[in-house]
Design a protein around this ligand. Structure first.
Ligand code: G6P
Length: 612
């Protein structure tokens, strides 16, 4: 979703900001723009469409500047067009602003401004806010910084804003509440962005700005203040990210690169935590919460999208291993239905980006009610990670492809560790089973590497099925959430309608869809549900459905029934989802590519959904 980027310093600002916008493209957007300040002259260029279109548009134009703000917009208020693209200008044309988030009380503010004679040229909440700031500035005769502070006290919603001021061409003003803002600190220069990807090639020193903080940024000075105008000391951290991690490195797409990185990323998510030989498991981020976890009345997992599917697998696992009731909630529903939650409940928020607005808001409300919050996040320093009382990072590295792949398997690995650790501490698992599962997790990276060798076979299968109109994905037990995830992957990047279902529940509706045209993907690895799922396959075959089955090495029954078979290495059923999802990721990838779609940036989707 919207990305913001800015530069101030000794370099030419436009190329830095343009490159930054390209790095942020993965977040999903539909228009883009930049503002450049050169002495007292402010220039704004913006365009509907991709960054490349903006690049063409500015050819031959005056781009000289050492201070610039840029934006990729994912439309919320007003359709994607040139007018609604950011930056937006104040009424006097002196302030330019880019904004990520939503100003919820914008209609009320707009009415007040209309009453004062302001005129608007866009449909955005952003233009309302910059007019409001300018109105305060001129009526109070104060600085832009002061006006921003006063304005933000009235604003309801989530935002990160960047402002340049024609009357103060050596200063950038930034502020955040609820949306991410990272500042890269260089020598005589600063870089600002929604995440670290536009910054990493210039500096590894970064400051994560907190909610309700305002940054006053000059080339060689960074001042942070809170909303009460008190100076805050910037906490400079070392960025744990390499440039190679955000480049394609020879792969056709980020998605394919990230699928193939999984043996390594799963290994990284277990590293330093799992010691199978020593029979030990260490999760530092949970240590001080272990008593609460052992005694928890309930664990409630809140998440969205793919992360929600990881939560579903964890539900099966934690209930089985720890004997604690687990609920898995869509964060957006959990937040708004006034749930019964309080002391004694443990919330686990699962999120790749750590910025998903629904998940954040759900956590905030559960925290207010007295629940303890743990985070399972990929992005270090993200809002969800910072709001959590404790937690475990997934360490999958930056995920650029919009469709989540390596972050999902890292979530599964980390959630298994959490389940195992609680079970061990609670004494609900035998020493033998504990050791067996440690060994299984230890070998899972290698099995994932084996599953990736199926790539060429899966590409052929993709060619066979790419023109299907609908797909059904079925699984049982631990593989049911994998069926949901397989269907989601296909929908996201190939735009084919796909439904995931528990294989038995299929008889209560979806079976009506089955005919010789419908591919039905069964996730049918050897587990305690195996016999049952064999019957479900027969039910589909009896109705002439096309069966594509993911099975385990050595299985002779399912290959005799299915039209196509993908054979993955055997694993304990708790660990098997980490392996069985691999062919489904590859299938979706190849179908998307064969259909000619941009699999890294599918239409309408955003990598990080920062609005509720
Ligand atoms: C978006 C992304 C999905 C992701 C979901 C939750 O919809 O496109 O890939 O699963 O958000 O994101 P999170 O960052 O919280 O895991």
């Amino acid at each position: 979703m919207c990305g913001i980027v800015a530069y101030i310093g000794h370099r030419e600002a436009y190329p830095v900001v343009l490159k930054g916008l390209k790095r942020l493209e993965y977040r999903g957007y539909d228009s883009t723009g930049v503002a450049l300040l050169n002495g007292g002259s402010l220039k704004v260029y913006k365009k509907k469409g991709k960054v490349a279109e903006l690049e063409d548009f500015v050819l031959g134009k005056d781009l000289k500047s050492h201070i610039s703000i840029g934006h990729t917009r994912w439309a919320t208020h007003g359709e994607p067009n040139d007018r609604n693209a950011h930056p937006q200008l104040s009424g006097d044309g002196k302030l330019a602003m880019v904004h990520n988030g939503i100003i919820e009380n914008y209609a009320q503010l707009k009415q007040e401004l209309l009453n004062k004679g302001h005129q608007f040229t866009s449909d955005t909440d952003t233009e309302v806010l910059i007019h409001f700031i300018q109105e305060i500035k001129s009526s109070n005769q104060c600085s832009t910084e002061e006006a921003v502070r006063i304005a933000l006290k009235r604003v309801v919603g989530a935002y990160v804003i960047l402002i340049v001021d024609e009357d103060d061409p050596d200063t950038l003003i930034a502020a955040r509440k609820g949306s991410p803002l990272v500042i890269g600190v260089g020598k005589g220069e600063h870089f600002l962005a929604s995440d670290a990807s536009p910054i990493v090639e210039y500096t590894k020193e970064v400051v994560y700005v907190n909610d309700y903080e305002i940054a006053i940024v000059k080339a060689d000075e960074l001042i942070l203040k809170n909303i009460s105008n008190e100076i805050q000391t910037p906490y400079i951290q070392k960025l744990d990210m390499e440039l190679a991690a955000i480049e394609k490195g020879g792969y056709a797409h980020f998605m394919l690169k990230e699928i193939f990185e999984q043996p390594q990323t799963i290994f990284d998510s277990l590293r330093g935590r799992l010691d199978a030989k020593g029979g030990k498991l260490t999760l530092g981020g949970l240590r001080e919460h272990m008593d609460l976890l052992k005694e928890a009345n309930r664990i409630i997992i809140v998440a969205c999208g793919t992360s929600w599917h990881a939560g579903l697998v964890a539900e099966y696992m934690i209930e089985e291993l720890c004997r604690i009731p687990v609920e898995v909630e869509y964060a957006s529903e959990f937040r708004y239905r006034n749930p019964v939650v309080g002391k004694g409940d443990v919330i686990i928020a699962v999120s790749q980006s750590g910025e998903t607005a629904d998940t954040l808001v759900a956590m905030e409300s559960a925290k207010e009610k007295g629940a303890i919050i743990l985070g399972v996040c990929n992005v270090v320093g993200s809002s969800i990670a910072r709001l959590s009382n404790g937690g475990v990072y997934t360490h999958a590295g930056p995920e650029i492809g919009v469709a989540s792949t390596k972050a999902f398997t890292a979530q599964l690995a980390v959630l298994s560790l959490i389940g195992l650790k609680i079970a061990q501490e609670k004494g609900t698992i035998t020493a033998q089973r504990f050791q067996h599962l440690l060994d299984e997790l230890e070998s899972v990276s290698e099995k994932v590497a084996t599953a990736l060798q199926l790539n060429a076979q899966i590409k052929k299968i993709a060619e066979k099925y790419k023109d299907a109109r609908d797909f059904l994905y079925l699984g049982r037990g631990y593989n049911f959430p994998i069926a949901l995830e397989g269907a989601l992957k296909l929908k996201e990047i190939s735009y084919i309608h796909a439904e995931g279902y528990p294989a038995a529940e299929m008889k209560h509706g979806p079976i009506a869809l089955v005919d010789e045209q419908l591919p039905v993907v069964f996730v049918a690895t050897k587990d305690s549900y195996y016999e049952k799922i064999v019957s479900n396959i027969q039910e589909i075959k009896a109705r002439k459905g096309k069966v594509l089955a993911v099975t385990t090495e050595g299985d002779q029954v399912i290959p005799a029934m299915a039209d196509d078979v993908i054979v993955v290495p055997e694993a304990d059923e708790l660990v098997a989802p980490i392996i069985s999802v691999i062919p489904l990721q590859l299938l979706a990838y190849h179908i998307g590519v064969l259909k000619g779609y941009d699999v890294d940036k599918p239409r309408n989707l955003a990598k990080s959904v920062t609005v509720e």
